[in-house]
Design a protein around this ligand. Structure first.
Ligand code: AHG
Ligand code: MN
Ligand code: MN
Length: 351
């Protein structure tokens, strides 16, 4: 029988490599795994809500039905508000940072999360996920502040995601490679199934919402044609796969090789900064991509080097195999001067 490694044991083994570790990060990662189990239980039952829930929208437990992304948001907050490990939290679902309630102690970490990514897919039984990132506290006061979450991704201590798919998985990195665990629902444990994930050198897929191709910039359009290898007989064209839950698209491309991109556009009114959120989506996945040998860019440079200016800042995102993402950057440099001029003020916090 092969060795069975639970996520708890894996996180503890990683901690042992740092003799000075207090165990706070270990506990925090384990609480994220537990949050993942609770959210997974609800997403699995999502299709049953109409059958099991009462007609007036009150569920079997007598509670008012909540949107699943609000439920996931609540689970993560409540799992982490009282542990003394965090000084502040920030979620895609909240306009402002979330303070630790006064009755609880504050700790040395800040947690950022997208409680449910791809939530528009829930009603049609397509995979969704949770994305999280952990920063170290840098603010001077005791209770944590905005500056603790507005840090470049380069400073992340750890990041990860859960995918609620045909199986539930948790994938995380604390800066020593990327490790994937699959939930065994019969025993309720995440078991190590994908140790030390490296993005394959030969990519298979590209993922983008090609329905928006008309409003893409010329450089991005050419990049996409290049991926399809239209004018290059030496490379095989990549297959197209787009789920519309970035975390799921990223997960597939991490295992098979490829690139996900959600560019800025120049339609009227233009959205030169695209859709993905720097703090709740892009940073965490960029950290994981780098740990797996890949790369993430906003079309100009490394996502991890961008200094955030606001909590809900959006960025264009190109993420996956390093050579593919660097090719996107060079197409943009060559063809997209107008877009670069329009986007820079967003990147630099002047808009
Ligand atoms: P969220 O559900 O957290 O708001 O994120 C949705 C995001 C992302 O998961 C996905 O890749 C993208 O939106 C899909 O956008 P389009 O429908 O524009 O392709
Ligand atoms: Mn999202
Ligand atoms: Mn979301």
């Amino acid at each position: 029988m092969p060795q069975i490694v639970t996520i708890e044991r894996h996180i503890l083994d990683q901690q042992k490599r740092f003799p000075q570790a207090t165990g706070a990060l270990t506990g925090l990662l384990y609480d994220m795994a537990l949050s993942g189990k609770l959210i997974s239980r609800e997403t699995n039952r999502a299709g049953l809500v109409g059958i099991l829930g009462a007609a007036d929208g009150v569920n079997v437990y007598g509670e008012q039905q909540q949107r699943l992304d609000m439920f996931a948001d609540d689970v993560i907050f409540k799992m982490n508000d009282h542990t003394g490990r965090l000084c502040v939290m920030a979620s895609e679902e909240h306009d402002d940072i979330m303070h630790i309630p006064d009755e609880f102690d504050c700790g040395n970490y800040a947690l950022l999360y997208d409680p449910l990514d791809g939530s528009s897919n829930i009603d049609v039984n397509v995979s969704v996920g949770t994305i999280f990132a952990i920063q170290r506290k840098i603010s001077a006061g005791e209770r944590g502040a905005l500056e603790d979450v507005l840090q470049p991704g380069r400073r992340l201590v750890a990041a990860g995601y859960m995918v609620y798919g045909s199986s539930t998985m948790m994938v995380y990195s604390a800066g020593q490679g990327v490790h994937g665990f699959t939930l065994d629902p019969s025993v309720g444990e995440f078991l190590l199934s994908h140790p030390d994930i490296r993005i394959p050198a030969k990519p298979r897929y590209y993922s983008s919402n090609q329905g928006y191709q008309k409003v893409w910039t010329p450089g991005v359009r050419r990049f996409c044609e290049w991926l399809q290898a239209l004018d290059d007989d030496e490379r095989e064209p990549l297959g197209a796969r787009y789920v519309g839950s970035m975390v799921t698209d990223f997960h597939r491309n991490l295992l098979y090789g490829g690139v996900f991109f959600y560019p800025g556009d120049m339609q009227q009114p233009a959205k030169p900064n695209g859709k993905m959120r720097l703090l709740f989506e892009a940073q965490a996945l960029a950290f994981l991509a780098e740990q797996a040998g890949g790369y993430a860019s906003d079309g100009i440079g490394d996502i991890l080097d961008i200094q955030p200016h606001s909590l809900h800042q959006r960025v264009p995102l190109f993420i996956g195999n390093r050579d593919l993402v660097e090719t996107a950057e060079s197409f943009i440099r060559e063809h997209d001067q107008d877009w670069l001029e329009a986007y820079r003020p967003f990147r630099e916090g002047r808009r």
